[in-house]
Design a protein around this ligand. Structure first.
Ligand SMILES: C[S@@+](CC[C@H](N)C(=O)[O-])C[C@H]1O[C@@H](n2cnc3c(N)ncnc32)[C@H](O)[C@@H]1O
Length: 309
């Protein structure tokens, strides 16, 4: 099997058909994602993440700036956040959707003089995160919804998100809440997936693939990048940085897609696999199979954004 990433749109219909042979995507396309679906997703897909993707509990894509997959890429977002913290007068930091604690635990250990907080709605993920942070004095992890932050106004110097706020159902609400709890001059750093501008005018098969990717990852729909930035402006933020990092997640996506393609080569085995590991394993495989098509044909993108209050 060709080990190169497959992104050519001529191949997309073939893969959509293969997927449909194993798992009818009609149900996926019509699914409405809410907090309960997000919780179910993380309750049920943690096995897949642990085996094939998640390095030391990280739940995000590696950023490989040299174009070659390397596990150090899982720390790239964090090293950039450290640089930013060191450049500014930051005393306290909040992570939205801290998952199993990979980011906050790493940062709190590296920067013991800074107070870190992390929130997540998944008790399962939080339990794992807390088990890693037992002896870390400058890290406080707690249950919390980023759409309804349980913190006083102007509490934090820096708030960050790595691939969590895409799960929100109300982007304006998230931005307003972050704006409220940031101090004046504070920064909101985002590494996340978005829809490219002009999404609606893409070919039908690409839009279908993109919606399948989103729903399979328990995202109701990614925000269109410029609409989201405009929303941030209305909330009161200034855009300090907008950087398209899509090409740097390619090595990680290539690795994941190769695994998923192997899986869909044998529909009978794949069906058996779904019976044993249930629906969520399948959804993860579908997402990573199609994501390279949508990411490199201008449907999806991966951005680093810095907003300032
Ligand atoms: C892809 S994981 C990323 C975890 C972590 N940021 C990382 O990079 O490893 C997304 C996390 O966001 C959490 N999440 C989803 N919706 C949330 C919400 N409304 N409030 C807080 N956390 C949420 C999920 O439970 C999950 O742990």
């Amino acid at each position: 099997m060709n080990k190169e990433i497959v992104i050519n749109l001529n191949e997309l219909d073939k893969y959509l058909q293969k997927i449909n042979l194993v798992f009818p995507t009609e149900n996926v396309l019509n699914q409405k994602i809410d907090i309960e679906s997000v919780l179910n997703y993380y309750r049920n897909s943690s096995v897949v993440y642990s085996f094939i993707h998640s390095y030391k509990g990280s739940y995000h894509l590696a950023l490989n700036y040299d174009g070659i997959f390397n596990k150090q890429g899982f720390f790239a977002q964090l090293n950039e956040i450290i640089e930013l913290i060191n450049l500014s007068n930051v005393k306290n930091v909040l992570e939205l959707g801290c998952g199993k604690g990979f980011n906050s635990v790493f940062l709190a250990k590296k920067l013991p003089q800074i107070e870190f907080s992390g929130i997540d709605i998944s008790e399962k993920n939080l339990k794992i995160a807390k088990s890693k942070s037992n002896r870390i004095q400058n890290l406080y992890l707690t249950y919390g919804d980023f759409q309804k932050l349980d913190f006083e106004d102007s509490s934090f110097d820096l708030i960050f998100d790595v691939e969590a706020i895409c799960h929100g159902s109300d982007a304006r609400q998230v931005l307003s809440e972050v704006f409220r709890v940031l101090k004046k001059g504070g920064q909101f750093v985002v590494y996340d997936g978005f829809r490219q501008n002009g999404f609606e005018s893409l070919p039908d098969n690409l839009v279908e693939a993109a919606v399948i990717v989103e729903k399979s990852m328990s995202v109701n729909s990614f925000e269109e990048i410029d609409s989201w930035l405009e929303m941030a402006g209305h909330v009161g933020f200034k855009v300090k940085l907008k950087k398209d990092l899509s090409q740097y997640v390619k090595p990680n996506l290539a690795k994941l897609q190769l695994l998923a393609r192997k899986y869909f080569e044998f529909p009978f085995l794949a069906k058996l696999f779904v019976r044993i590991f249930r629906k969520y394993t399948m959804l993860n495989c579908i997402a990573v199979l199609l994501l390279p098509f949508t990411m490199y044909n201008k449907a999806h993108c991966y951005y680093k954004i810095i907003l300032e209050k």
